[in-house]
Write a protein that binds this ligand. Structure first.
Ligand SMILES: NC(=O)c1ccc[n+]([C@@H]2O[C@H](COP(=O)([O-])OP(=O)(O)OC[C@H]3O[C@@H](n4cnc5c(N)ncnc54)[C@H](O)[C@@H]3O)[C@@H](O)[C@H]2O)c1
Length: 681
């Protein structure tokens, strides 16, 4: 039983992590996990649920597609659900897929497949009635999508009206639901990012994000100015078209005016697809669009009906994902970054190349030992990949490609910013000069950043200007700036000077948790800062706490407790805090508590998808009371998996019981937008 409990807790934790990742990926379009990491966690959960079906919940990410539509668009209900695809990461995965097919179809005969490229864009569903386009919608959560009709009208190969008769005598059914993938070419992605850079806007991370951002433009002129493209690959009810196979379906779509990808191949048996997959893997980097795999579909449509779908994906198709891309480029130089703690990070300056959708011109070299182990020399040809799918890293030097005798790289002995001798610190080197201008700039920039004090308009560039002009030296100096000092600076006018001074002044009332992040306390990210702020309520109380007080908090380990305690005793930090407090920074209050759930009392029972303490804290932060026993006064009992006697008591007393989905619905109804923020907190 206790083993099962541990597995249930693991499954719940995986579900919570995946849900949060989905929200960041689909809604915020700002993923923190790499796709590879997401895939790994997803598969762990899937395996767990397969071996222990009793652990599966109806709202598990394995049973769901995408994320609900955003409120800024009209919602469209898909007449037939739009599904995702199951993945295979290697040939063994494809063979497993084939074995499953043969088992379900009870056949030994070779199955015919159609292989198509998996385009890395976003799916679109089109509804035609009487041959006329009625709407175009994003996938959303598979059931409901966002109406983006106006944004697709100019896309070539996306017909607004279908021909009455098709070559070969086919006809267009009265109602037709067509599915495809919208995407941006690599060249168009680069052009859009250049345009954004010129307008001072942040770049899109990759073509998929850019396509997704483009289709969700509320102003159709913006999307019209970007060259979206599309490949169509399916319809909701192909049999109504009189076609028998996926191959014939693609031909039908092409004949009706829908753009389809000419790259497709039919093969009998998975083994026969292997050479094709190898060829397409090599072809990938030469395409002018991003493809992240090969979709293998059972060709015979009659078999689709027989195989059916799960809640999340059809059983007759699988997406083989390409392995991580390794790209060859040239090392143009090595630059040294100085972090706010003085750590020196060597960075490879590379000839720019597109890797898995993002342009890479710099890659981490970690530390001097890493450079030495690679025997890296400026001018070398190197192989680069994205570590964990996100951080570019040099993995190999092509020593055989060295034509000239390149001198070995010698790691500097002094700080590039202040000239102070560098000190070895384990595998790293460090500049220990607290007044080092690069460290000062990094600390200021961290202080003003979005995750910390969030001071609008105080970019690193502006901070550099203020330092250069001698207007500031330390963080507290920011609060002494006047509009008159800023107005004469390049890029400032009277208005922008006033705005910046006002934004800096506003930051004084940022909640304590943000100030804790801004101070750069060791091991303190947003989550720990929140815990500390809620537990201690003021900087003074936190400074007075000893290591044991800190370690007693849930989720704060011994190491963090000691590091935070020691940092707060350091004279430099104490002086900084003193100066900030003297200027009225950090009024001492923890994050303002919302009272949206005021008057409600919850009792939590069973295994939930997040630690009970955490949910308790979240509910309390919204003004609710969380009690430990059920009484008539309890508003709701939230029951997770394996609930205890509290559930029985709730039933006996007639107290309403919510499962997690019910709680989410309640929160959404009560909080609207706030619920989303809560989900991601
Ligand atoms: N990094 C993160 O935090 C994070 C979070 C969520 C999802 N993800 C990534 O997204 C994936 C899951 O997302 P998904 O559900 O959007 O699925 P998916 O992108 O892996 O595959 C399904 C989609 O492929 C598309 N597709 C492209 N070409 C196709 C073709 N020829 N035929 C059929 N379909 C085709 C369809 O739009 C379909 O909806 C994960 O594998 C992961 O890589 C990452």
């Amino acid at each position: 039983m206790s083993d099962l409990r541990a597995l249930a807790a693991r499954a719940a934790a995986l579900r919570a992590t995946l849900r949060e990742a989905n929200y960041r990926y689909y809604v915020l379009q700002d993923p923190e996990l790499s796709d590879a990491e997401w895939d790994r966690l997803f598969h762990e959960l899937k395996r767990l649920e397969e071996t222990h079906p009793e652990l599966r919940t109806p709202d598990s990410p394995t049973q769901r597609v995408g994320a609900p539509p955003q409120a800024s668009f009209a919602a469209v209900r898909h007449p037939h659900p739009m599904l995702s695809l199951d993945n295979a990461f290697d040939l063994a995965g494809l063979e497993e897929f084939e074995a499953r097919l043969k088992r379900v179809l009870a056949t030994d005969e070779e199955i015919a497949y159609l292989a198509e490229l998996k385009i890395d864009g976003l799916s679109i569903n089109l509804l035609y009635e009487g041959g006329v386009l009625v709407w175009a919608a994003t996938r959303g959560d598979g059931v409901t999508g966002e109406d983006v009709t106006f944004n697709v009208l100019g896309v070539p190969g996306l017909p607004q009206r279908l021909p009455e008769a098709l070559p070969g005598g086919g006809r267009v059914p009265e109602v037709l639901e067509v599915r495809g993938e919208l995407y941006l070419s690599r060249a168009e992605f680069r052009r859009i990012n250049e345009e954004r850079a010129a307008a001072g806007e942040p770049p899109f991370k990759n073509p998929r994000n850019a396509a997704s951002g483009t289709i969700r433009q509320l102003d159709p002129r913006v999307s019209a100015g970007r060259k979206l493209q599309v490949f169509f690959y399916g319809v909701a009810e192909p049999r109504a078209l009189g076609v028998r196979t996926q191959s014939e379906l693609l031909d039908w779509l092409a004949a009706a005016g829908f753009r389809t990808n000419p790259l497709r191949a039919r093969a009998r048996g998975i083994a026969a697809l292997e050479p094709l997959i190898a060829r397409w893997t090599a072809l990938r980097s030469t395409l002018d669009y991003e493809a992240d795999g090969v979709v293998v579909k059972v060709d015979e449509l009659a078999l689709h009906d027989e195989l059916g779908s799960t809640a999340r994906a059809p059983r007759w198709a699988v997406a083989y994902k390409f392995p991580a891309e390794e790209v060859e480029t040239t090392l143009l130089g090595v630059s040294l970054g100085v972090g706010r703690t003085g750590k020196i990070t060597p960075v490879a300056e590379l000839e720019p190349r597109l890797i898995e959708g993002t342009e890479v011109s710099r890659a981490t070299l970690h530390n001097p030992g890493f450079i030495a182990a690679l025997d890296l020399r400026v001018g070398d040809r190197v192989m680069v990949h994205k570590s964990g799918g996100i951080i570019p890293e040099v993995i190999r030097v092509l020593t055989e490609a060295r034509t000239a005798e390149l001198p070995p790289y010698v790691f500097p002995e002094t700080c590039p910013a202040c000239g102070e001798a560098l000190i070895e610190d384990g595998a790293n080197v460090r500049c220990v000069n607290l007044a080092c201008p690069a460290q000062v700039l990094a600390r200021l920039s961290h202080y003003a950043s979005r995750g910390a004090m969030d001071i609008a308009g105080l970019s690193t560039k502006t901070l550099q200007k203020l330092l250069d002009k001698g207007l500031i030296r330390t963080i507290p100096d920011l609060y002494d700036l006047t509009p008159e000092q800023l107005t004469p600076l390049e890029g400032f006018g009277e208005r922008s000077a006033q705005n910046l001074v006002a934004a800096i002044a506003r930051s004084k009332t940022q909640p304590l948790e943000r100030l804790l992040v801004a101070l750069g306390l060791p091991h303190v990210g947003a989550r720990t800062a929140q815990l500390l702020a809620r537990a201690f309520g003021s900087l003074e109380a936190l400074q007075a706490a000893d290591t044991a007080d800190l370690a007693a908090l849930p989720e704060v380990g011994e190491t963090t407790a000691r590091a935070v305690h020691d940092a707060l005793q350091q004279p430099a930090l104490r002086a900084l805090i003193g100066e900030l407090r003297a200027r009225g920074v950090g009024g001492g209050a923890a994050a303002p508590r919302s009272d949206r759930l005021k008057g409600l009392t919850f009792v939590l029972t069973g295994t939930l998808s997040e630690p009970r303490d955490r949910l308790k804290e979240r509910l309390e932060a919204l003004g609710a009371r969380v009690a430990s026993s059920v009484s008539k006064k309890t508003s709701f009992v939230v029951a997770g998996e394996d609930p205890g006697s509290k559930l029985d008591k709730a039933r006996a007393l007639g107290v309403p019981v919510l499962d997690e989905a019910g709680l989410a619905a309640l929160l959404a109804a009560r909080l609207g937008e706030e619920a989303l923020a809560l989900e991601s907190s």
